[in-house]
Design a binder for this molecule. Sequence first.
Ligand code: G3H
Ligand code: 13P
Ligand code: ZN
Length: 337
Amino acid sequence: MPLVSMRQLLDEAAKGGYGVGAFNVNNMEQIQAIMEAARETKSPAIVQASRGARSYTNDRFLYHLMLAAAELYPEIPMVLHQDHGNSPATCRSAIEMGFTSVMMDGSLMPDGKTPSTFEYNVQATREVVEMAHEKGITVEGELGTLGGIEDGHGAGVDPLSHLTNPDQAVEFVGRTGIDALAVAIGTSHGAYKFSKKPTGQTLVMERIIEIHKKLPHTHLVMHGSSSVPQDLQDIINKYGGKMRQTYGVPIEEIQLGIKNGVRKINVDTDNRMAMTGAIRKVFVEKPEAFDPRDYMKPAREAMKEVVKARMIAFGQAGHAGDYTPFSLEEVARRYKQ
Ligand code: G3H
Ligand code: 13P
Ligand code: ZN
């Protein structure tokens, strides 16, 4: 099956009331782990690449690995998504390469660090929507900035001020025409999200409920959604790693999000941890081994297990064959209407 539109995948997820995990990749083993998990659970798949991943793989390797995946897993509807595009130019190059979905993260300036203004975000995102929809490509935007509440993000002012404002979200979606909206609710990227199990004060799920009430037809996206499971922390530390105790986003909070309009859930850190733990274990238990396959195989297997568990928990399992994906030309025609 060729790479398909993320908009269609998310529309189907909304109809079925489930969420779809979006997993980051940087190499062949990670793509294989996702595709095997999708096959075993009969799930649609969103594979995403950050700018760092595109530079690490020199783009073309990544793209051709994805084509191999499409050829080998014809029963799986599969999206290739640009994660955190920092500018319209980055999104344009992803579309030209064959990505079927892009995120224009205009919540930050093109340096990927400095928070932008609302007007900048609207202009940059609108520009991407115009260029993408013409080709049937999906666009995710972001409003508010990711970052922990307890780590003092926004300290001194209102600690919640960097979260997505529901009224502004309505204006943002109306003026940009995006397909999906990434919301800031207190999550952050990486392993160190919360110093204790999050509460409603630090992981503000209430915001999602409010935004969904105002924008019932917009697909919501949760970033920084790794759960940072205790067992993966323990494996890494048992085999010589040094991760300090940390807490991620509990699966049941994500499931609450899915009941309230969340359709795409971004997970990278959990998979990184699963692979690293498996590799560390081989290094400690078989110090004589030096064939990369001796540790890449268990690493791929460990990631597959995490992805499978997420696909089941998010509800996408069993839905791969529910629909026939449209061609991108058909999707483009529908946007025009
Ligand atoms: O956006 C965060 C993802 O985990 C990708 O991370 O930029 O290190 O590839 P990266
Ligand atoms: P995690 O670091 O929680 O896995 O988040 C990944 C993400 O949001 C990628 O865009
Ligand atoms: Zn993200």
